[in-house]
Design a protein around this ligand. Structure first.
Ligand SMILES: [Zn+2]
Length: 242
């Protein structure tokens, strides 16, 4: 009887041990790199993905603005350069991002990157820091230019709560009024076809090499972003989970 109990305990310990080993092996923190043209839906999908997967959504645009507002050392350095009309060097952008990741413990849980990397240098810096300890996936939300123009030029935003609507696709219940907080809706000055075309040109020029880079690393997944938000998100989620 004593032997049987001992054997039983041994089996349990062995199974538990094997399971822990497997988990340690398979469950590397996930890092999702969101790519796609301005207006392709990176921010909104990153936000939904963050809620569903329960990992952080890091918008580097927001992060830089926050650093500058709070006058952190890196923020001040970036602001000095921007005031002089210069671009913020990759080194400062990378340092700001990884300080944020470390300070919040996201390096242990994984995260979704939105707005980073923008250059090959940044992509390589990211690779160096992540090494082999992460499961990396780069998602490219691809969308037809015509569709993009229609989306961008119809966009309406609430002055108070920043909720986003669309003149045709997602109109508010009452014309020009936010459903959530009843404040006024407005159209951003830069949400015009002309500005979009300029931004698209810059995007295509800067980002194309990045897509090739991730394609060569075999971690690039294309998501057709022309469909409805729900369908696109379902595809995105399936892709990230697979
Ligand atoms: Zn509102």
């Amino acid at each position: 009887m004593k032997n049987i109990i001992l054997l039983f305990i041994l089996v349990i310990v062995a199974i538990a041990g094997l399971k822990t080993y497997r988990n340690a092996k398979e469950e590397k923190p996930l890092v999702v790199i969101m790519m796609g043209a301005p207006g392709a839906g990176k921010g909104a999908h990153a936000q939904d993905l963050s809620k569903t997967l329960n990992i952080a959504h890091i918008s580097t645009g927001d992060l830089f603005r926050e650093n500058i507002k709070n006058e952190t050392q890196l923020g001040n350095m970036a602001k000095d350069l921007m005031d002089k009309g210069l671009l913020v060097p990759d080194k400062i952008a990378v340092d700001m991002l990884f300080k944020h990741i470390r300070d919040n413990g996201f390096d242990k849980t994984g995260y979704i990157l939105d707005g980073f990397p923008r250059t090959l240098i940044q992509a390589k810096a990211l690779d160096e820091r992540l090494a082999r300890d992460y499961k990396k996936i780069a998602v490219n939300l691809s969308i037809d230019e015509e569709k993009l123009v229609q989306r961008i030029t119809g966009r309406l935003i609430c002055k108070s709560c920043a909720a986003s609507y669309h003149k045709e696709n997602l109109p508010p219940k009452q014309d020009g009024i936010c459903d959530n907080c009843s404040d006024e809706l407005y159209q951003r000055d830069d949400d015009t076809e002309e500005v979009l075309k300029t931004r698209l040109e810059a995007y295509n020029k800067d980002t194309k090499p990045l897509l090739d880079y991730y394609q060569n690393k075999k971690i690039l997944k294309d998501i057709d972003s022309n469909d409805t938000k729900e369908v696109v998100f379902e595809n995105l989620l399936n892709t990230v989970k697979s």
